[in-house]
Write a protein that binds this ligand. Structure first.
Ligand SMILES: C[S@@+](CC[C@H](N)C(=O)[O-])C[C@H]1O[C@@H](n2cnc3c(N)ncnc32)[C@H](O)[C@@H]1O
Length: 408
């Protein structure tokens, strides 16, 4: 039933300013017959900055992104009022308990739809989320960390990583209640993430009546042996460790995992993890890459890229950063071409690790888009590089080319 637009906007305003319960909101689309809003899309979420809790508004117009952090209180209220004054056609608000959709009809009325959130087990981001241990998904006081010997930075990284996993858990659980959920952490090292993700995901799976098996994989015997001992000590059932390379990992004896994790798997080990995930057709994949030597090396050894882009890679530090960006952009394109929806996000403040980008991918199985293949081809040709992930998934990419009628 259409309703009064100002009243519906007032409801949305209340939800946006309830930072304790707000998870995220998106304003997008335009209303019919009126001027377009200043931005194509604005995403709103509560964030904890060093200076205190804020409401963050990220506006996008084409490739241009701008971020505004408004301290809670008058400034956040003013920012929300400015946002709601713009003629967006759709407002989507997720809170800890409900999802609210507001669509503006052709007649300028509000079509409001409210439903209970399907994000069970997900806490609102909450502006103090990073400051108040109790609001962390992974409690930093968990005795598990004492057993593992993880320091503060690692605990924060792990919590932030699990926080990125949380909204995707329902997707991983889609296979249904009849079988166990399976997660794998590739290049698990000291296994802080493996333990923490297992702890959280087991609780989330139990809410759906599911059990969880998690396997940490690492090429190093010593870290695997240590993690096995710690898993016994912590009495965590369903958690196992396997020695071996990521490329050859078969953590579930031929069965595919539902969740693939990789935190700082060195250089092309991240590509091995992504390639493995693609071949498993894993529904949910989260990989925070580490160093990126592969593409950087090719830039140095090759033509160095387009002439006008020389300054981007002339200095070693810029070359290293640029290679990071190019590598992750190409990884994202490869995953998208092979049936994944991909977001590249900052998962933790750079104070806790400079390697703080995360590729968050969900398998949709959607057909490859020719423009993405064109982007991939243009970027790799311009820079004279062939990224590791494309080498590892060469047959799959060749099949995409054939399907799109393109030549290599
Ligand atoms: C930088 S550590 C990160 C460990 C852990 N994920 C973390 O964030 O604390 C990278 C780990 O990946 C492992 N590794 C690197 N290449 C690998 C490969 N090809 N197969 C399996 N493990 C690998 C290393 O042995 C190391 O333990």
């Amino acid at each position: 039933m259409p309703s009064d637009l100002p009243a519906a906007l007032a409801d949305v305003r209340t939800l946006l300013l309830d930072a304790e319960h707000l998870v995220r909101a998106v304003a997008a689309g335009r209303r019919r017959g009126v001027e377009a809003p200043a931005a194509e899309r604005v995403e709103v979420r509560p964030v904890a900055l060093r200076s205190g809790p804020h409401l963050q508004l990220v506006s996008r117009t084409g490739p241009v992104v701008s971020t505004r952090n408004a301290p809670l209180g008058e400034e956040a209220a003013a920012a929300v009022d400015e946002l709601l004054a713009q003629p967006f056609g759709n407002l989507h608000v997720e809170t800890a308990t409900e999802v609210v959709q507001l669509r503006v009809t052709k007649k300028g009325e509000a079509q409001l739809h409210r439903s209970a959130t399907s994000r069970r087990g997900v806490e609102p981001a909450g502006p103090q989320a990073h400051d108040r241990p109790k609001q962390r998904l992974v409690d930093p006081e968990d005795p598990l960390f004492r057993v593992l010997g993880a320091g503060g930075d690692k605990r924060r990284q792990v919590d932030a990583f699990v926080r990125q996993l949380a909204p995707l858990a329902p997707r991983a659980l889609e296979a249904g209640p009849e079988r166990e959920l399976r997660a794998v952490d590739l290049g698990c090292g000291n296994a802080y993430l493996t333990f923490a993700a297992h702890r959280w995901l087991a609780g989330r799976a139990a809410q759906d009546g599911r059990t969880l098996r998690t396997v940490g994989v690492d090429v190093r015997d010593d870290v695997v042996a240590r993690s096995r001992g710690l898993a016994e000590e912590a009495e965590l059932g369903g958690l196992a460790f396997a020695t071996g390379t990521i490329a050859a990992a078969e953590p579930f004896d031929g069965e595919a995992p539902d969740v693939v994790l990789a935190l700082h798997a060195c250089d092309t080990a991240t590509d091995e993890a992504l390639a493995r995930a693609v071949r498993w057709q894993a529904p949910v994949v989260l990989a925070a890459p580490c160093c990126h030597h592969d593409v950087q090396r090719q830039i140095v050894e090759g033509t160095g890229g387009p002439a006008a882009a020389g300054p981007l890679v002339r200095h070693a530090i810029l070359r290293e950063r640029f290679a990071d960006v190019l590598t992750d952009a190409l990884r994202s394109l490869v995953l998208q071409l092979l049936g994944y929806r991909v977001e590249v996000v900052e998962f933790v403040d750079s104070r806790h690790t400079p390697r703080n980008a995360l590729l968050r991918a969900v398998r949709t199985g959607s057909a490859p888009r020719p423009e993405l293949l064109a982007e991939f081809d243009e970027l790799t040709a311009a820079w004279g590089v062939e990224p590791a992930l494309a080498r590892m998934l060469a047959p799959e990419l060749a099949a995409v080319r054939t399907g799109l009628g393109a030549t290599a």
